[in-house]
Design a protein around this ligand. Structure first.
Ligand SMILES: [Mn+2]
Length: 290
């Protein structure tokens, strides 16, 4: 199983993605996740000729035997509360072309969430909204042959001051969305940490998703926050999780979204954090014989 990580772990020690690629390759990573999560107004992807940047990235990645297996589209606030709504939608559409230049197979696109959509409230209305939303992206998915990854989410309940379920917290809801979209360019990106925050066992989520699970955001937490730590630094049972992946015949990559391993460290320690994260992922994969 190919091992991957988000391309932000070493961005202070090695600024500029092009220079850091060699470092990920040196550590042993096979694949990378390019995140457009924070892209908005002023993004390079809104400038003429952004494709040249993408082509350069691809060229350097190829040279170092790295593959951008998955990408994350721009993060969006709840419907009606996103100040850059139009810009982020435009960037999301451009992300498909970016994927095609990089040879990326999966683009993760969060569902649109609503402030009145926690604890399963208004679920059918919100699912209808998301069917329209993903449906509007499907022409791009088909054109560039990229699969949209639906991701399981969580929200914050400001009244009870605790994390709570929202759109796609229930993996069955993602399966229902895929069934109703009826297009092979849609699959699930399972986020282990998001599931654990809600007190649910990620291994069980994997078993429900079965062959609709095509990609992962692997990270750990203590169940009291979305900490984005490497496996073993929280409360998730990774032996059980790996067994579940094996049992459902998971064929995707083992890609971490564990940026907190390095984010607050002194810049000079980022490489070592990325290396430790790799060692952990590699050991889990090898122990599971995957
Ligand atoms: Mn995630």
């Amino acid at each position: 199983m190919k091992i991957g990580v988000g391309l932000t772990m070493m961005d202070r020690q090695y600024p500029g993605y092009l220079d850091s690629l060699v470092k990920y390759s040196e550590i042993g990573y096979d694949v990378l996740d390019y995140s457009m999560y924070s892209e908005g107004e002023g993004s390079i992807f809104l400038q003429d000729g952004w494709q040249a940047y993408a082509e350069k990235l691809r060229e350097v990645a190829d040279k170092h035997n790295l593959w951008f297996a998955q990408m994350h589209s721009p993060g969006m606030g709840p419907v009606g509360r996103e100040p850059m709504e139009e810009v982020k939608l435009e960037l999301t559409k451009r992300a498909f072309e970016f994927c095609s230049i990089l040879g990326t197979k999966h683009l993760v696109v969060h569902p649109r969430m609503f402030t009145d959509g926690i604890y399963g409230q208004n679920q059918e209305r919100i699912l209808e909204y998301n069917l329209q939303f993903y449906g509007s992206l499907l022409p791009y998915a088909r054109k560039y042959n990229v699969t949209i990854g639906l991701e399981n989410m969580f929200a914050w309940d400001p009244q009870k001051r605790q994390y709570c379920p929202t759109t796609f917290s229930d993996v069955e809801e993602m399966l229902e969305c895929i069934r109703r979209l009826g297009d092979e360019h849609v699959a699930v990106c399972f986020d282990t940490g998001h599931y654990n925050v809600l007190g649910k066992n990620p291994a069980e989520g994997v078993r429900i998703l079965g062959d609709k699970l095509e990609l992962l955001h692997v990270h750990d937490n203590f169940g009291n926050g979305d900490h984005h730590l490497a496996p073993g630094y929280g409360t998730i049972n990774w032996t059980e999780f790996m067994q579940a992946l094996k049992d459902v015949g998971y064929k995707g990559t083992f890609t971490a979204e564990a940026e907190s391993m390095s984010r607050k460290l002194p810049a000079a320690a980022e490489y070592d954090a990325a290396k430790l994260t790799y060692s952990i992922l590699k050991a889990l994969v090898e122990e599971a014989g995957m």
